[in-house]
Design a protein around this ligand. Structure first.
Ligand code: SAM
Ligand code: SF4
Length: 331
């Protein structure tokens, strides 16, 4: 059952849902090859996107009534949403721990305001440290601003700053060690992510996934490290023996962590999805705009969690790709 005595969101498999990912916009200033087509993206009409007040209300109900403790802002590119620090301040006031996933391109300008508003942690996505390759992957000549954004995030006091690196066979799998060096130098956590079948062009295939075992083996050729307790983190974590911090690998494809998943996702237009790969959703926006009560919202969320499946089944015959990409769902 979804909503139980203490109103926690527990699904049929006993997983307690305490983490909410909120996509604050479907728009983006990049066009990463695996996420969006080069041209022709059709954006949501602004009137269809949840307002700050609507996002705040959903978050308040989930935090106060349903045990949600952590909230991550994402997109699209969250920093494209005008006045984002205003939303951050509203959500921080609810007492949830707030983080954000961003491409980092405008963080040099925004990091201080976001930190002051109450954002605690940032994950910055960067898939190559080579300017030409970065441009090819993102279709933007923006490696320098992203590197400046990383430095700005460290200076602003986000703790930790993590870099998300999606590794793809034959594209950037030769940069594992370069990224680890960067992480150690800048004092940021590198998190390698296996490429998932959610790409815009449908070009994903299992032979383009760089398995976590290979990533760890490559790292071990250059550095000494030990595994550490992962807790509820989806990442396998490793701490360097010389004390220079840690890195992680998210093996979403080869070793899915569905069994301990505590996440749900709210899209920019107010659809609650119980899994990145979910084929359905609950429409919270109509509850918000048709005069629904807080209990109606909580009940809809509980119902959605109740319908959650055991896992995404990538690689199995019955796996079905969702029709939406990461940017539309909120990665
Ligand atoms: N624009 C922000 C960014 O790029 O960080 C937030 C949204 S983006 C959709 C969130 C994360 O999803 C990024 O780290 C991106 O690399 C990752 N991502 C997008 N498509 C992916 C895929 N097919 N497989 C694995 N990760 C993917
Ligand atoms: Fe934009 Fe992030 Fe998608 Fe790249 S991965 S196109 S930065 S939403």
């Amino acid at each position: 059952m979804g909503l139980v005595g203490n109103r926690q969101l527990v699904d049929k498999f006993g997983r307690v849902h305490t983490d909410l990912r909120i996509s604050v916009t479907d728009r983006c200033n990049f066009r990463c090859e695996y996420c969006m087509p080069a041209e022709g993206m059709v954006w949501l009409d602004r009137s269809d996107v949840l307002t700050f007040e609507e996002i705040e209300r959903v978050t308040r109900v989930l935090a106060e009534q349903c045990g949600v403790r952590t909230v991550r802002l994402t997109g699209g590119e969250p920093t494209m949403r005008a006045r984002l620090p205003v939303l951050v301040a509203k959500l921080a006031a609810l007492g949830v721990e707030l983080s954000m996933t961003t491409n980092g391109a405008t963080l040099a300008q925004q990091a201080d305001d976001l930190r002051a508003a109450g954002l605690k942690r940032v994950n910055i996505s960067i898939d190559s440290l080579r300017a030409d390759r970065f441009q090819q992957l993102t279709r933007r000549d923006s490696l320098t601003p992203v590197l400046e954004g990383i430095d700005a995030a460290v200076r602003a006091g986000f703790e930790p700053v993590k870099l998300n690196v999606v590794l793809m066979r034959g594209i950037n799998d030769d940069e594992v060690v370069d990224f680890l060096h960067l992480g150690r130098t800048k004092g940021v956590v590198i998190r390698f992510i296996e490429f998932m079948p959610l790409d815009a062009q449908g070009e994903w295939s299992s032979d383009r996934v760089v398995p976590h075992a290979e990533i760890v083996a490559r790292a071990a050729e250059h550095f000494a490290f030990d595994p550490i307790e992962r807790g509820s983190s989806p990442a396998e974590r490793f701490v360097y023996a010389d004390g220079a911090g840690e890195f992680g690998v998210i093996a979403s494809v080869t070793e899915p962590f569905c069994g301990s998943c505590d996440r749900m996702r709210l899209t920019a237009e107010g659809q609650l999805r119980n899994c990145l790969f979910a084929l359905g959703h609950s429409d919270l926006r109509s509850i918000l705009r048709d005069g629904g009560s807080d209990d109606d919202l909580a009940a809809a969320v509980a119902g959605e969690i109740d319908r959650k499946w055991a896992g995404h089944a990538i690689g199995q015959v019955h796996f079905l790709r969702p029709s939406k990409s990461m940017s539309q769902i909120g990665g």
